[in-house]
Ligand binder design. Sequence first.
Ligand code: SF4
Ligand code: SF4
Ligand code: FES
Length: 530
Amino acid sequence: MSESKEEKFVKLQIDGVEVHARSTDNILRAALDNDIEIPYYCWHPALSVPASCRLCLVEIDEWNPKSGLYQRNPKLIPSCQYQVRQNLRVWTKTEKVLANRRAVMEFYLLNHPLDCPICDKAGECFLQDYSYRHGNAQSRMIEPKTIQPKKDLSEHVLIYSDRCILCGRCVRFCREISGKGELAIVNRGDRCEIDQFSGRTMHEMSGNVCDICPVGSLTDKEFLFRERVWYLTSHPSVCAGCATGCTIWADHRDERLARFRPRFNPKVNDFWMCDLGRYLWKNTYRPDRLMRYHAGKKFYRADQVADLVDHTLRNFKNQHGEGKLAAVLSPMLDNELIYMICKVVRQIDPNAFLIPGPQVVDAPDKKFKSGFTISSDRTPNIAGVKKILARFGGNQADLSQIAFDKLRGLWITGGYFATPLDQLIPLPVKPDMLIVQDSFVSRLSEMADVILPMAIWLEREGSFTNRQEMIQLFQRVVIPPMGMVQDGHWLARMVGLKGTYRAEILRSELAEFLGGFDIYEPPKLGRLFH
Ligand code: SF4
Ligand code: SF4
Ligand code: FES
């Protein structure tokens, strides 16, 4: 989305150090890519460049072909707007540059309230950080500060207007990325504030404005006053909300999930995610979660599950013969689990049916101005299910073609968030043997002979194949509820893997089985980007 195909490079100097940069980059980008800090607020790599905050100003020397000498530009220039060129010399720490930064920081802090102790952004706020690194220790402001209101901007977003530094990122996001343009800067002078066009509520990508707000002005109501960010641990993950497969950071404190944030991915979601995906972590704490392995009235420990499933399947095969068993593979499962379930079932009954679980198609694809798309398919891995099942060959069927009343044994997997499993797979009659592996209670789990609580993807590790057929990895973020293990633990035992389960130990086997298993890892942004 944000990377060009043909790139030319130029050589320049920043603070006397020779660096290389793409010829289309601005000075700021070149510096950040080379780990040289230039403070900035209004610039964002995915948005247009207003050069309005004036914090990123630097000095430059340009080659004068007439005199044959380098000549210092008499004015400071905005590094976010000035394109790099061959042999340019940039100075980011001269007295003139530092004096400008101190003055600009003083200006931003004139009316900023002393809210840090109660502000959600504290700890990741660039007003705090830059004030400490580039500002003055004391304020000369003696007049009362301007007081501005807090306002609801959407179901998820609240603005503390007096914390706003008017960088305009949120306004440009709404115009350029989501394309709805609901936000604007209204009034003049120190009365300026962010406001919403009347009658326009914010779009389904509203949470992103909280991520890109460099200060604590735009806040996510779900996160408000919940955590101090320095206690959080972040894990790279992939959103399971739809087939787009946005890469995310999942943050938790002491095994308790706190929030999702988008993780830069130029081939899928750029810097963004939608609100539907952003709050999916809440499913982890639903009261209707299945949490205990049981068969009839007997409960089983996690280390007994492999034997329980093996025993149930073999008993069934001995009683009914081959070709009467089917496994329904949910697109909420990761590739590794799908592979292991298929392998277990086919080891016991080579003629067992393998059936892709239902896709949940909610509405047409929702495409925004920047190209960001929320897929109509609200499952993360239908491409993975289809690919693995195709490779297993043999008895395969579509869910709609299956005569469930003819099959005598079913192993159904679920994990769907919005729709109960019995609505997606309405069984006309209960088969002789029914195993339900799901995360939530449904009519199917109530009628099952064996219930296998499924860990939510945040409690597992694995990979999803998105609708572009890109395989992306996710780490285990939190541990499953007490008494449960991630499903890979007992399935790995059933396929003969030794030791503690790690999804990665299956990947070479999967690559051989599928004839390739190319994982896409998005590039990392440098530490100075925000
Ligand atoms: S609310 Fe945040 S992102 Fe929007 S203009 Fe103010 S500081 Fe910038
Ligand atoms: S577009 Fe899909 S994958 Fe991306 S955040 Fe939204 S629900 Fe998740
Ligand atoms: S980042 Fe350059 S002027 Fe704001």
